[in-house]
Design a protein around this ligand. Structure first.
Ligand SMILES: [Zn+2]
Length: 394
């Protein structure tokens, strides 16, 4: 039988946003029950792991990702199963499989199939899907651009058995405010993206209850210049200026310049910035050329993201959360516990998951033991060891 109690000894454990401390972590029945110096008699018969001073963090939480490895979450139950099975080795313990929905029967069948599969999967926490669209003002990445429509929203929610954990909309889509209101009534976080909105349109969306901007700066166009020489103000400025809104980034060094992330951190503070991957086929694979279902192959390398094999245009992100955190640790002059919060505590807060993204007594035991190169050695989800790179057990 697999152990359900764990004593993870001699680690540097990260309390996101607060501190990094040395000691032990005790896990029982899916929760963290103690941290610090833990006497052997307190641990009882818990399985032991010798951390040897390595880093232990809460598991990473990716709120925006379309696929990983050779699989897309949109690839039905099979694609979803295969994709989530890949996550633990990158230190991810909670994920929102992200789907681009259309108003057509295939979408409704897919949403039904995916959300009926979610409860069967235990290797990662799956609070629900992230629907990226369809109420968007600007296309890009094959997104539909439909006006806000509460009836269509209800049909999407029903198809998903109400397992939607976030929805992305554009503030400049006609009729979007009633959609935002309805989502907030249901407690679903609303993200803003794919936009050319004015500051006023963006403020209206934030006032209606949107709380976050996803792949910030990417597909965020400034409105047209009206007075030559006067810089137009749009969604980017309205979101940076509003302390209610958090932002997330694809921290691969290609989709967003590190300086732009530093500017957002200066405006928002560490607690207002979230790491995502927006990953697709190719993420986590070695450099090479890989087939896709889109009629072309992609070339993946860590330096260039995923690109069309022959046209060389960007074809999505190949980032994994572990590399994203490693990049942010290098780019941001912040205490590391604040950078770790961007992949743990901050996304948990965004989703309203009170026991996730923390490493303290009472929190869910979603944990990752890392080596010095920030490669996951062991990953636990709700106290269950779901991944082990090599035998660490004593
Ligand atoms: Zn996306």
């Amino acid at each position: 039988m697999k152990p359900s109690s764990w004593l993870i000894r001699d680690v540097r454990f990260v309390e996101p946003g607060r501190r990094i401390a040395s000691g032990d972590v005790l896990v029982r029945q899916g929760r963290i029950t103690a941290t610090g110096t833990i006497a052997p008699d307190v641990a009882g018969d818990a399985a032991r792991v010798e951390g040897r001073g390595r880093l232990l963090t809460p598991g990473l939480i990716d709120v925006h990702t379309h696929g990983i490895g050779r699989n897309l979450y949109e690839g039905g139950a099979t694609g979803l199963r295969s994709a989530v099975a890949d996550l633990a080795r990158f230190g991810v313990t909670t994920v929102l499989p992200t789907v681009i929905p259309f108003d057509r029967p295939e979408t409704f069948a897919l949403l039904k199939e995916l959300t009926e599969t979610l409860p069967q999967l235990t290797c990662v926490n799956l609070p629900g899907l992230h629907l990226e669209g369809p109420f968007m003002a600007v296309g890009g990445a094959a997104c539909p651009t439909l006006p806000g429509n509460v009836d269509l929203l209800e049909r999407l929610l029903t198809a998903c058995h109400h397992r939607i954990a976030a929805m992305s909309v554009s503030p400049d889509t006609p009729g979007v405010l009633p959609v935002i209101h309805r989502l907030r009534e249901k407690g679903i976080p609303v993200f803003l993206t794919h936009t050319r909105a004015t500051a006023e349109q963006t403020e209206a969306a934030l006032n209606a209850g949107a709380t976050h901007a996803t792949h910030f700066y990417d597909v965020f166009y400034a409105p047209a210049e009206t007075d030559p020489g006067v810089r137009p103000v749009g969604a980017v400025e309205a979101i940076l200026a509003d302390p209610r809104a958090s932002v997330d980034f694809i921290a691969d060094g290609v989709h967003v310049h590190p300086t732009a992330i530093r500017a957002a951190v200066a405006a928002k503070g560490w607690a207002g910035v979230v790491l995502i991957t927006d990953s697709n086929i190719g993420a986590g694979l070695p450099a090479g050329v890989y087939p896709t279902p889109w009629g072309f192959a992609i070339r993946v390398s860590p330096e260039t993201a995923a690109r069309h094999e022959t046209k060389h245009s960007l074809a999505g992100s190949a980032l994994t959360m572990d590399r994203g955190i490693a990049n942010l640790l290098r780019w941001l002059s912040l205490p590391p516990e604040q950078v770790w919060a961007m992949g743990t505590l901050n996304p948990a807060r965004l989703l309203g998951l009170d026991r996730k993204g923390r490493l303290e007594p009472g929190a869910d035991a979603d944990l990752v033991l890392w080596d010095d190169t920030l490669t996951a050695q062991m990953t636990w989800v709700n106290g269950n060891l779901v991944y082990e790179k090599e035998a660490n057990l004593v």
